[in-house]
Design a protein around this ligand. Structure first.
Ligand code: AOF
Ligand code: ZN
Length: 360
């Protein structure tokens, strides 16, 4: 029970750096002395900065001797941007290490734990593992599937429509929901839409009124390179990079169009023939989580390819009638019959969050 409280504390510290560590994981650590006093606690602040274990042990100093280290991710044993944490832990003299989850990074993956055990340290693995995995869903997804975590968000009318007519922008959800969407954007590494949404809505896709530790990248899935260089998205490149993903063939066939978009400040990349490949391309741009806001075709393609990890569905108490565009092309608000993880009222809207894949 006390162990669990201390791991919860380590998870709390890890979460304090949410949104700031990509491509690195969120990691928190707590050091307890042999006498049972918390003598060090830290989070990993940002990629390239020292790891959480090292910062917590630095704070503890000699008081770590004979004590216990609680850490939300298996300590690393490799030389990356920073030296291996295992060496630092062994040197600290702690008697025991409690780890929430094994590091999915193939260069660590159990070797950190073995090294500590080989040095005579007792290592317990798996305390609050589900919470730790959930916290690091972006990192775990990149490490195990080679693509970012995919979060979709869609606002629909009570009769399952996302717009009054095709190609038309329809305001559906409330200002309260709009604010909450800003928060979702602020937590993600990137926000993405299909080119059809850029043409229909000309959205800005910025995280307004939110504090972010990194600029928000905007992504357009644009197989046919239809994004206009005058799109509002490109008028705000100083707020965050814009990446337009198209196919190699279109890049070859339409170099002038690609050039015009680049001149407008966008990064234009090929290799986006299908949505799965387009997503994988994003990892190279340090994107471990992407909030896909539409349109219906992009959402449908992601759902059909089983690429959605989390879905946010906002149902507004309005009806758009039979001429409206159906949510996901089907109007099915139920996400295939699975129960939502949470249901909340946001202003007049009902906000549902679905764990489409749960914790991997
Ligand atoms: C972190 N923070 O607190 C821990 C990590 O390039 P490096 O040296 O920062 O190494 C990054 C890897 O280290 C990361 O992919 C993960 O496997 C491991 N553990 N990383 O950023 C930390 N403990
Ligand atoms: Zn480390």
């Amino acid at each position: 029970m006390i162990d669990e409280d201390l791991m919860r504390r380590a998870l709390f510290h890890a979460g304090r750096a949410a949104g700031a560590t990509t491509p690195n994981p969120l990691v928190g650590a707590v050091v307890v002395s042999a006498g049972g006093v918390i003598v060090g606690q830290a989070r990993h602040p940002r990629a390239g900065d020292p790891h959480a274990e090292v910062l917590a042990l630095d704070e503890a100093g000699p008081r770590a001797l004979g004590g216990t280290l609680f850490v939300t991710l298996e300590p690393c044993c490799h030389h990356g941007r920073t030296p291996p944490c295992t060496a630092r832990i062994i040197e600290s003299g702690v008697a025991r290490v409690v780890v929430a989850m094994v590091d999915p990074n193939p260069i660590v993956h159990g070797r950190g734990i073995s090294e500590l055990r080989a040095a005579g340290i007792r290592v317990d693995v798996g305390l609050l593992e589900a919470e730790a995995r959930r916290l690091n869903r972006p990192f775990v997804t990149v490490q195990t599937l080679g693509r970012p975590e995919v979060i979709i968000k869609a606002a629909t009318s009570a009769d399952g429509r996302i717009a009054a007519r095709p190609g038309e922008r329809t305001a559906i959800s409330s200002p309260e929901s709009a604010r909450r969407t800003q928060h979702l954007r602020a937590m993600a590494d990137a926000v993405a839409v299909g080119a059809g949404t850029v043409l229909a809505d000309d959205p800005l896709l910025t995280a307004r009124d939110m504090v972010r530790s990194r600029p928000l990248t905007r992504v357009v899935f644009d197989r046919r390179l239809r994004t206009p260089p005058r799109a509002r998205l490109l008028a705000t490149v100083e707020d965050g990079p814009v990446i337009i993903l198209t196919t190699d063939q279109v890049l070859e066939r339409e170099p002038a169009r690609a050039r015009a978009l680049q001149d407008a400040g966008a990064t234009v990349a090929g290799g986006g023939d299908d949505i799965a490949r387009a997503l994988r391309r994003l990892v190279a741009y340090d994107i471990s989580s992407v909030l896909v806001e539409g349109g219906a075709l992009v959402h449908r393609a992601l759902l059909d390819a089983d690429l959605v990890d989390t879905a946010h569905l906002i149902v507004a108490p309005v009806r758009l009638g039979p001429g409206g565009v159906l949510l996901f092309g089907t109007g099915d608000v139920g996400m295939g019959g699975t129960a939502p993880r949470s249901v909340e009222r946001v202003g007049p809207d009902t906000w549902m969050e679905f764990d489409v894949h749960g914790n991997r």
